[in-house]
Design a protein around this ligand. Structure first.
Ligand code: GLN
Length: 533
């Protein structure tokens, strides 16, 4: 049977449970084990896709079209394995399932309760994902002490009882703050948080203690004593410069060996050289490159998590020092503002987005990139913006727009297709998940991907209006990527420009530090090359 690792968080949020889980996943995968990861989100929303990026950060999309928590992005970037909708469940979804069963009469009139009905559903989700795998890592969202996480913690407590301690491992991530006034690291929050966890019947097997400064043997002994965890299993997860160093820190602390020891698994050697190279490139770059990311959520950079990550991977690949300039497209639309905000940038990226706010600013920014021959990379909305700008200013269609923003536009160059209007009426609207795209030879896209058929992930409603394909192409915009049936425009570019590309999909979701997404790689490389030319 599969071995199960549960990652639980204590003390406070934002300690990086997602990164901790992913780092464990990477080490075990590098030991040769088949790993899968899963996250439980305690909130009641049934659909993470409808949650505000301002509050909740990016919506990550899997190949099979699930809109999920952004932690799945970390998982995929670290373990390098595409996940599915089975890897993310919210309390809302679980309760919905239980309530549907209740309505259907499946419970035969019994009292329906959190224990056992909700906890049974949770345990089933854990079992379902384990099929065929050596190791399942399940991250429990939230922090110990939250009311919402209780059913999940109860479910994993029961799960251990059912499958035995040799098949389950509880990893508890805590925080050991440094109090400057006392000049000391304080263990009390870790002690209390662990007590809270033990009150509900979970004794952690391993503690990962985040701290700014390394702690000594005395602190380790104290934590071990008060938390009832073996001293050798109290691991100091010291702050590092880049998240990609976290697995290195765990490896140096022999976390992977301790996990294998617990599960009686063979301890295979890990070759970490590829990741060491990436870490070295991030920490010791040669030349700088400045990339402007222009959107309306720039104050909340978690909203662009995967875009930021893909830029980091691309910069690391070329050993460039990445400087991202976040530009608020709502505040930047006059020529003067644009020139000021974008002065000195080497590349301009307009990421995905929804809603009309900041649209005119983005259109003006795309024009600025085109006219000043600055490398431009438009993703999803950023591609639609490039098409609108080109139609307005090159194809002489000054009222060109997307029907998302102006229903009655005289020239809706971006619109909902007929069959989509039908789907929209039925309640479903988005094109989600992986779709194939056929590239035209002799294009930038072809030079970037070096193959004919690619697959990338989507999350949008609107499409390029096919009635305008001719006029766009006649005026010099190249449509270099199409769905294999030729119906959907996937990629546009301007051949008479050093680097101008817009893609209807979200390539950022598939970038990994050790397998950089090719458009990001070439975009950053070209931007840097032009800077130093
Ligand atoms: N709002 C646009 C659409 O729905 C773009 C979506 C996006 O950028 N993800 O088509």
């Amino acid at each position: 049977m599969a071995k199960h690792i549960f990652v639980i968080g204590g003390v406070l949020s934002s300690l990086g449970k997602g990164i901790a889980s992913s780092s464990i996943g990477l080490l075990l995968k590098k030991m040769g084990y088949k790993v899968v990861m899963q996250k439980f989100d305690p909130y009641l929303n049934v659909d993470p896709g409808t949650m505000s990026p301002f509050q909740h950060g990016e919506v990550f999309v899997t190949d099979d079209g699930a809109e999920t928590d952004l932690d799945l992005g970390h998982y995929e970037r670290f373990i390098g394995i595409p996940l599915t909708r089975n890897s993310n469940s919210t309390s809302g979804q679980i309760y919905e399932k239980v309530l549907t069963k209740e309505r259907r009469g499946d419970y035969l009139g019994k009292t329906v309760q959190v224990i056992p009905h909700v906890t049974d559903e949770i345990k089933q989700l854990i079992r379902d994902i384990a099929h065929d795998k050596d190791i399942v890592i399940t991250e429990i969202g939230g922090t110990v002490g939250d009311i919402e996480s209780l059913p999940f913690l109860e479910a994993i407590r029961q799960f251990r009882l059912e499958v035995g301690p040799e098949n389950t491992l509880f990893v508890f991530l805590t925080y050991v703050p440094y109090i400057a006034a006392a000049g000391e690291l304080k263990t009390k929050p870790t002690q209390h948080s662990t007590t809270k966890l033990r009150e509900i019947g979970i004794q952690p097997d391993i503690l990962l203690c985040r701290s700014e400064k390394p702690f000594n043997d005395e602190i380790r002994s104290k934590i071990a004593l008060f938390t009832n965890v073996q001293k050798s299993r109290v691991i100091n997860a010291i702050d590092v410069e880049t998240i990609y160093e976290v697995p290195r820190v765990y490896m140096q602390a022999n976390l992977h060996e301790k996990i294998c020891e617990h599960f009686h698994l063979q301890q295979n050697r890990i070759d970490f050289s590829d990741w060491d190279r990436i870490i070295d490139n991030i920490k010791n770059p040669d030349q700088e490159v400045i990339i402007a990311v222009c959107g309306k959520y720039v104050e909340h950079q978690d909203a662009y998590k995967s875009v930021g990550a893909a830029l980091i991977h691309a910069a690391a690949d070329g050993r460039f020092k990445l400087n991202i300039r976040w530009v608020d497209s709502e505040k930047t639309f006059s020529q003067k503002d644009i020139e000021k905000e974008l002065a000195g940038v080497d590349g301009i990226l307009i990421p995905g987005g929804f809603g009309v706010r900041g649209i005119e600013g983005k259109i003006a920014i795309a024009r600025y990139a085109r006219e000043n021959r600055i490398p431009y990379f438009g993703i999803c909305l950023g591609m639609q913006i490039a098409v609108i700008e080109y139609a307005r200013n090159i194809c002489a269609l000054p009222d060109a727009h997307s029907s998302e923003f102006r229903e009655s536009s005289g020239n809706p160059v971006i619109h909902l297709m007929e069959d989509q209007k039908y789907i929209a009426k039925m309640g479903g609207t988005m094109r989600l998940g992986a779709y194939p795209c056929q590239l035209k030879q002799d294009s930038l896209a072809w030079r970037i991907y070096r193959k004919e058929l690619i697959s990338e992930r989507h999350r949008h409603r609107y499409e390029v209006n096919n009635s305008y394909r001719d006029i766009l192409e006649k005026n010099g915009m190249k449509i270099s990527g199409l769905s294999p049936d030729n119906i959907l425009v996937e990629i546009v570019e301007i051949p008479d420009h050093p680097f101008f590309i817009g893609v209807q999909f979200h390539p950022e979701f598939k970038s990994r530090p050790d397998c950089v997404q090719p458009i990001f790689r070439e975009f950053v490389k070209t931007a840097a090359e032009l800077r130093y030319k």
